[in-house]
Design a protein around this ligand. Structure first.
Ligand code: SAM
Length: 304
């Protein structure tokens, strides 16, 4: 085997990427993308790691690795992200959907379990991740997906069409201008404080998907204020938020008249989502909310 070809073997490419600092899984994803193969073909890579890359493929793999090392999410480089079993197409106009957000989807499915034909709105839909996951799991639901960004809505529309999951798309500022009431409002809004140093590492993602005011809670406050006028009696509002924000978000929900207020933890055990039910005034009965002492002592509340 000529030396140049031997040096361009798939296993050599993976080893090189890892030496540069890429985790093995990311290197595999980028190599599969370079080869035009599915991200599910990792077993194929193992079985064929002695095969060679063309010079052009090696160059393109190297460029992808350099971009990843400079902080671009893998999903922006490959154009795809798996979320709740769906293959979503992603670009830099939308947040790269996080596995932690599946906690919010699980919770939404739980609260809607007994509800036939639920009406659901996903606020700040981005790629459509939450809205489309819910529609896939509950085909009987009617789902509205809202975003302020027309570019994000274009990505969500494209995903809805590709996946053949009919949802209604709406451009707007949270619930403003939406007619009618819903059984469930779900949202993963921006929740990072504008001066949070972690934002520096997230420079490739749209700022309006990440930051929200001095304490990160501007969007959550707006949604909680608007929600009661848009929920059926007994309807639920479920919100994703930062790891340290649960006590404040629960308090905001209780002050706004929500009951059964509590939080759910993400895959790392951080209180990542909080929500409550909006009952009629006589049925209101506040339930305790986790306090700061009950929160896990996580080092990092960002979406990293
Ligand atoms: C954290 S991203 C969530 C994206 C997606 N739901 C997910 O979980 O991957 C927040 C989204 O909220 C949208 N957004 C920001 N401000 C908004 C507003 N005032 N009204 C509606 N959507 C807004 C952003 O464009 C962004 O798509």
């Amino acid at each position: 085997m000529p030396e140049a070809t031997r040096l361009r073997r798939l296993d050599t490419a993976l080893a090189w990427a890892q030496q540069q600092g890429l985790p093995r899984l990311e290197a595999q994803m980028l190599l599969l993308h370079t080869l035009g193969r599915s991200p599910h073909d990792r077993a194929w890579l193992l079985a064929h790691d002695g095969e060679s890359l063309s010079a052009a493929a090696w160059d393109s793999f190297e460029r992808l690795c350099q971009r990843r090392l400079a902080g671009e999410p893998v999903a922006y480089l490959t154009g795809h992200k798996a979320f709740y079993g769906l293959d979503l197409q992603i670009n830099a106009q939308v947040l790269d959907p996080r596995p932690d957000t599946e906690t919010l989807v699980d919770w939404a499915l739980d609260v809607m379990k007994a509800q036939a034909r639920p009406s659901i709105v996903d606020l700040g839909t981005g790629s459509g991740a939450i809205a489309l996951a819910l529609k896939a799991q509950r085909p009987d639901s009617s789902i509205t997906a809202v975003d302020a960004s027309p570019q994000a809505l274009q990505v969500a529309r494209h995903n809805a069409q590709r996946l053949n999951l009919p949802i209604t798309l709406h451009q707007g500022n949270w619930l403003e201008g939406l007619a009618g009431r819903f059984d469930l409002i779900a949202s993963n809004p921006p929740y990072i404080a504008e001066d949070d140093p972690h934002l520096a590492a997230l420079q490739h993602e749209p700022r309006m998907a990440l930051a929200s005011g001095p304490d990160g809670l501007d969007a959550i406050r707006s949604i909680i204020t608007q929600a009661p006028a848009h929920l059926h009696p007994g309807g639920w509002l479920l919100l994703e938020h930062g790891y340290a924000q649960a006590p404040t978000v629960c308090q905001l929900l209780q002050v706004a008249g929500f009951t059964q207020v509590h939080s759910r933890s993400d895959l790392a055990g951080h209180a990542r989502c909080s929500g409550g039910c909006f009952a009629q005034p006589p049925e209101r009965q506040a339930t305790p909310c986790p306090d700061a002492a009950g929160l896990p002592n996580a080092p990092d509340g960002t979406r990293t």
